[in-house]
Design a protein around this ligand. Structure first.
Ligand code: ADP
Ligand code: ADP
Ligand code: ZN
Length: 219
């Protein structure tokens, strides 16, 4: 199954993508994670992306399209993937369609995670991640069972994203509404768009995603 998780920054895409990976054997393709790896490595691509990411603006389409085109060719994507954070513009959605058509692949579902803007700032500002395994946490909504120790790998080092601050969140939300929301009708027109309530708690969102994907698979 090839799925897109779509929603504003902080909607819970990464959290749910990791669960889908574990439970359905799909691979998570997060353009945000890939871009952060490029920035960290100091590559030319990373240097081009860094300032825009820190300002909460989208990086140029051709840059992320190139990254995804490379990644989607890898053998592990044949078993199905979850796109997290891509596409984010209509041009990216069109490029994705062309890419998949060329490989005789297609999309099975686009899951929109609906969350109020007011809740997103709190989610993003409280977000932190295990440096060892990448497990995501939240100060209020998803604390490790034992303070300061990762539930998954036992690691004790955590990181926060540089762009996860109140100031940058405003630009990221604006970018979502202006540049990303227009792809919702694009997928609705193709009969692929499914909705879940991203305001519900994490387990409930997982249940809703399972339910809509089962309906989609049943046709
Ligand atoms: P979030 O999970 O909070 O929505 P991401 O990790 O997906 O954030 O993205 C972080 C930043 O990386 C974005 O603000 C943007 O600068 C850049 N980025 C990620 N994916 C894309 C994309 N598909 N197109 C353009 N920019 C992107
Ligand atoms: P995205 O990838 O869409 O930017 P994340 O999955 O990183 O979003 O979630 C943003 C923050 O909100 C994280 O700290 C995560 O632990 C938390 N979170 C995710 N889903 C929920 C939820 N349904 N309710 C409350 N907090 C959530
Ligand atoms: Zn960990």
């Amino acid at each position: 199954m090839n799925i897109i998780l779509l929603g504003p920054p902080g909607a819970g895409k990464g959290t749910q993508a990791k669960r889908l990976e574990d439970r359905r054997g799909l691979v998570q393709l997060s353009t945000g994670d890939m871009l952060r790896a490029e920035v960290k490595s100091g590559s030319d691509l990373g240097e081009r992306a860094r300032g825009l990411m820190e300002a909460g603006q989208l990086v140029p389409d051709e840059l992320v399209i190139g990254i995804i085109a490379n990644r989607i060719d890898a053998p592990d994507c044949k078993n199905g993937f979850i796109l997290d954070g891509f596409p984010r513009t209509v041009a990216q959605a069109e490029a994705l369609d062309a890419m998949l058509a060329q490989k005789a692949m297609g999309l099975d579902a686009v899951v929109e995670m609906k969350v109020n803007d007011a809740a997103l700032t709190e989610r993003i500002v409280g977000r932190f991640t295990c440096a060892g395994c990448g497990e995501g946490y939240h100060e209020t909504f998803k604390r490790p069972v034992k303070d300061g120790v990762c539930d998954k790998c036992g690691g004790t080092e955590f990181t926060r994203r540089k762009d996860d601050n109140e100031e940058t969140v405003k630009s990221r939300l604006q970018a979502y509404h202006e540049q990303t929301a227009p792809i919702l009708p694009y997928y609705a027109d193709r009969g692929l768009l499914l909705e879940v309530d991203g305001m519900a708690d994490i387990d409930e969102v997982t249940r809703q995603i399972d339910a809509v994907l089962e309906d989609a698979a049943a046709g």
